[in-house]
Design a protein around this ligand. Structure first.
Ligand code: ADP
Length: 447
């Protein structure tokens, strides 16, 4: 990892801060430039006012009266201009020092209060003074730098530097906090995933919020939970299977050893019994294969729109000889137009297992009814028998693997039914009354 997620995030935030800072720097440069040209224009206007004043004085008095010139010069000082006035011959007729000396003391004080602290800088610029097209003198001006402009610019620069510092610090802090927040759940996820790959399935990571990371954490927890469940189921199946196989194997072994020791005659009857045990073992192994396939069915289920009445009719036709043989009535009740969403092969297996159980449980003279009906958001398919029913103590366990009440079956049929119904996203329920019969109902969702 060249750069951690945290580092990348921090870098991104710093880059954003740098871009916003440089654009504000550019903007502030533009503002300062505009301010400077505005200031220059303003000073030009002031020179124009002073020129107009001086020309007016000359026009009124036909010359350069010193007391009026002193006033004009003092006003120019108040406007931030230090001036010198020369007559048409080029002789100096008034400058700031002379003007200040001529002013009454109070006025002088006021003028000095404004213009005094200013630094004088730069050369005098000449402006000719005209009356009716004829040059009557010359005004020389230099601008007093009263520091206002410099103050404005330095304040703007200081503000920018401060903003850069604050923004940089803020971006870095926010970046670190956000990066930590972002990286923490991902690191937790990586650690938990690693633990799972080592076989430690007991993993749960904290879910923070409803954003994408929260969703990821939730999905991860779900995945870890179902992995744990699957693992537990697999262990249980192995244990159950070993137990189921061990008993008939032990019986067979005892019988064969007895024959070898000469304690049991190796006659036709004994071989027949051995053959039956082998048949039972074969059925267990086949049943387990069916169950394993059923467990894998969520991965390869192929749902399509089917007509339950047709499917049920087909199955019951195939099974009716066995029912007839036992003297059990078999009936189908399903609306011909009713449609359902199901994998036909898997649904057939569900129905066959339920019909087998119903037939086993129903005494001659009884009946089994298979029905299909529409339900909100799906279809209900039921198998009802008038058989012996299921004891309340057995009822909660009949869907477990190898649970088989007091009969000699394998105890896998209903476990397979439940796996296949689950694979459809549906559910299976049972109602039973001992001595009166049982009804198994399968709900298949329509989506
Ligand atoms: P099996 O292969 O032994 O039939 P199942 O898983 O299909 O195993 O059924 C488990 C047990 O549930 C059966 O042994 C039986 O005791 C009980 N059972 C299932 N269906 C019925 C039914 N229709 N009537 C009465 N008992 C039933």
């Amino acid at each position: 990892m060249l750069l951690s997620l945290k580092g990348k995030f921090l870098l991104l935030l710093l880059a954003v801060a740098a871009v916003s800072l440089s654009s504000s720097l550019f903007l502030s440069r533009l503002i300062i430039r505009d301010f400077q040209s505005y200031h220059e224009g303003e000073m030009e206007d002031r020179v124009y006012w002073v020129t107009a004043d001086l020309e007016g004085t000359f026009e009124q008095h036909g010359g350069w009266p010193r007391d009026l010139l002193a006033k004009d010069t003092a006003r120019a000082l108040l406007l931030g201009l230090e001036i010198r006035v020369r007559d048409a011959g080029g002789a100096l007729v008034m400058d700031s020092d002379q003007a200040l000396a001529l002013l009454p003391p109070l006025t002088r004080e006021r003028v000095l209060a404004v213009s005094g602290p200013a630094t004088k800088g730069g050369a005098y610029l000449p402006y000719p003074l005209f009356l009716k097209g004829e040059q009557v003198g010359q005004l020389e001006v230099r601008f007093l730098d009263r520091g206002k402009e410099r103050f404005f610019i330095s304040r703007a620069n200081r503000f920018l530097a401060l903003a850069a510092l604050v923004l940089g610090l803020l971006a870095a802090t926010l970046g670190i906090i956000a990066a930590r927040r972002l990286a923490r759940p991902i690191t937790a996820l990586a650690t938990a995933a690693e633990a799972i790959s080592r076989g430690e399935l007991e993993q749960k990571i904290p879910v923070g919020g409803n954003d994408e990371l929260g969703l990821l954490a939730r999905s991860f927890n779900q995945m870890a939970h179902s992995l744990k469940l699957q693992n537990a189921l697999r262990k249980k199946l192995h244990a159950n299977a070993a137990h189921e196989l061990r008993t008939p194997l032990a019986a067979m072994r005892a019988e064969v050893e007895g024959m070898l020791d000469g304690l049991v005659p190796a006659g036709r009857e004994q071989l027949q019994s051995l053959n039956e045990e082998i048949g039972r073992l074969t059925r267990i192994v086949e049943g387990m294969e069916d169950l394993i396939q059923a467990e894998a069915s969520p991965l390869n289920i192929r749902k399509s729109r089917i007509l339950p009445s047709q499917l049920l009719q087909g199955i019951t036709e195939r099974y009716s000889p066995r029912f007839r043989e036992k003297g059990v009535e078999l009936a189908v009740r399903a609306d011909k137009k009713l449609a359902a969403l199901a994998d036909p092969d898997r649904l057939s297996q569900i129905m066959i297992n339920l019909l087998n159980n119903a037939l086993k449980a129903t005494a001659p003279g009884g009946s089994v009814t298979v029905a299909a009906a529409a339900a909100p958001d799906g279809t209900l398919i039921s198998v009802a028998d008038t058989g012996r029913g299921i004891a309340p103590d057995d009822l909660p366990h009949i869907f477990e693997r190898f649970y088989r009440g007091n009969e000699g079956g394998l105890g896998l049929g209903l476990a397979i039914v439940r796996e296949l119904v689950d694979a459809h996203g549906g559910r299976v329920e049972v109602r039973s009354e001992p001595g009166r019969g049982s009804t198994f109902t399968v709900f298949l969702p329509s989506s």
